[in-house]
Design a protein around this ligand. Structure first.
Ligand SMILES: *[C@@H]1O[C@H](CO)[C@@H](O)[C@H](O)[C@H]1NC(C)=O
Ligand SMILES: *[C@@H]1O[C@H](CO)[C@@H](O)[C@H](O)[C@H]1NC(C)=O
Ligand SMILES: *[C@@H]1O[C@H](CO)[C@@H](O)[C@H](O)[C@H]1NC(C)=O
Length: 414
């Protein structure tokens, strides 16, 4: 009897051991993700949250605009803006009401980075690439497809996120954050948790449609902005919780440095504030720690790359099996639970519930000038766009987007 039991336990251990080794070491394939997690050092900062404020927000068009990531204000009309909804639409809003549909991608399209430049609306649709909409001619052009980048190094892009437009010698240049050549937007959790270091910055010339890589090996490059002197790009490297600066011009051309690291959350988009005299930027942070002492999955496992590989691969494997069984037997529960595991969202859903987003305003010397959260709102803050009140030019008015919530309008009273 004892012999039987011990041999049972022994074989159970052996099988588990073999399974773990297999999941860790086997070649990537249909059921095993291509992951090479790295050791990350992500200490929790403590300076940010001390004088953080909290503001009320008005939610705008919340039935139509679902989990918007980015928006563009019209510099000539403070009541007009353009925004992308996760339902696949790009809308024009006038006085906080949707008045026009600019573009639609009903098949799971995900409009992200949006910029208005010389009456043309440039934007990203995460699964297909870069577009421009001419507001006068009312025509849409697909400027750059994701797989058009495959000539660069044989690995086409899978997920563009944000962009910034710069005029350079009579050419209009679009700088794009190319998040990954491994995972599409549906699998962003793995890009974040591995983290995937196939991210890069692309430079697209609208004159001759040429594309070049100007910076690579980035871990989830998310938002991008140009500095006032047009000499450098500021880039949010989400998975490393830092903002880097890349010199486009000047004596240090081509150099990359860290502007700010150890952020209290994952930085999404970065946008110039509306302060003309002081060069400052608004940065949206996703999960902000130290809010209530609750650590996230990434905080727990940042220094454990092998354990992360095991968990991420197992999660995907189990999710894929569950999803397929659900599909076979028509079980919606199995399909949806399987899908949450397969995309990795199940691993971090709880983090999003516990850690609300935050907005910070920083200057060029990486000082934090302002930080706030939105009252009674636990969602991520993705982008902050600052405008003004026509009557009272000193009142700061912000629109915030959220890749997990709504479009908000906030009046800052310090
Ligand atoms: C930077 O470029 C923009 C156009 O992209 C231009 O309007 C602005 O004057 C430039 N700023 C400087 C300091 O050259
Ligand atoms: C396209 O234009 C850019 C300047 O914006 C230039 O650097 C590049 O060499 C041009 N490429 C081709 C193929 O002409
Ligand atoms: C711009 O920033 C400066 C320095 O932080 C501040 O004194 C000034 O009030 C700001 N102006 C506006 C319009 O916010």
């Amino acid at each position: 009897m004892f012999f039987l039991l011990s041999s049972f336990i022994c074989s159970w251990f052996t099988i588990s051991f073999i399974l773990i080794i297999y999941i860790l070491l086997a070649k990537p394939g249909r059921f095993l993700l291509d992951l090479n997690p790295i050791y990350l050092r992500l200490p929790l900062p403590n300076i940010f949250n001390r004088n953080k404020k909290s503001f009320d927000a008005i939610k705008i068009e919340k039935d139509k605009i679902i989990t918007p990531k980015s928006l563009a204000l019209d510099p000539d009309d403070s009541n007009r803006l353009f925004i992308g909804s996760a339902t696949g639409y790009v809308y024009c809003l006038q006085n906080n009401n949707v008045v026009e549909t600019i573009a639609s991608f009903p098949d799971g399209g995900r409009p992200l980075g949006i910029r208005l430049f010389h009456q043309k609306l440039y934007f990203i649709e995460a699964n297909s690439g870069l577009y421009v909409y001419d507001l006068h001619k009312k025509s849409l052009t697909h400027l750059l497809k994701l797989d058009q980048t495959k000539f660069l190094d044989a690995k086409p892009s899978k997920f563009f996120d944000d962009l910034v437009i710069v005029e350079e010698n009579d050419d209009i240049i679009v700088y794009i954050t190319d998040v990954s050549r491994k995972f599409s937007i549906d699998m962003w959790c793995y890009t974040y948790l591995e983290p995937d270091s196939t991210g890069r910055i692309l430079r697209y010339s609208t004159n001759n449609q040429s594309v070049t890589t100007i910076l690579e090996n980035l871990c989830f490059p998310n938002g991008i902005e140009i500095t006032d002197n047009n000499e450098s790009l500021l880039i949010c490297e989400l998975a490393k919780r830092r903002i880097i600066e890349f010199q486009l011009d000047g004596p240090e051309k081509g150099k990359c440095s860290v502007l700010m690291d150890n952020l209290p959350g994952e930085p999404e988009n970065i946008r110039r504030s509306n302060n003309k005299t002081k060069e400052s930027y608004w940065v949206g942070l996703a999960l902000t720690r130290d809010y209530n002492g609750k650590l996230s999955f990434m905080d727990d496992y940042s220094a454990e790359p092998n354990l992360r590989k095991l968990i991420l691969r197992s999660c995907f494997l189990l999710g894929t099996i569950m999803y397929n069984i659900g599909n076979c037997f028509g079980s919606e529960t199995l399909q949806s639970k399987g899908s949450n595991l397969r995309t990795g969202i199940a691993l971090i859903l709880d983090d999003f519930m516990k850690n609300p987003g935050m907005a910070i305003e920083i200057d060029r010397e990486s000082n934090v000038l302002f930080s706030f959260q939105i009252k009674d709102d636990i969602s991520v803050i993705s982008e902050i766009a600052e405008t003004y009140d026509d009557e009272n030019k000193h009142t700061r008015i912000l629109y915030t987007t959220s890749s997990g919530g709504h479009l908000n309008r906030i009046i800052l009273n310090e």
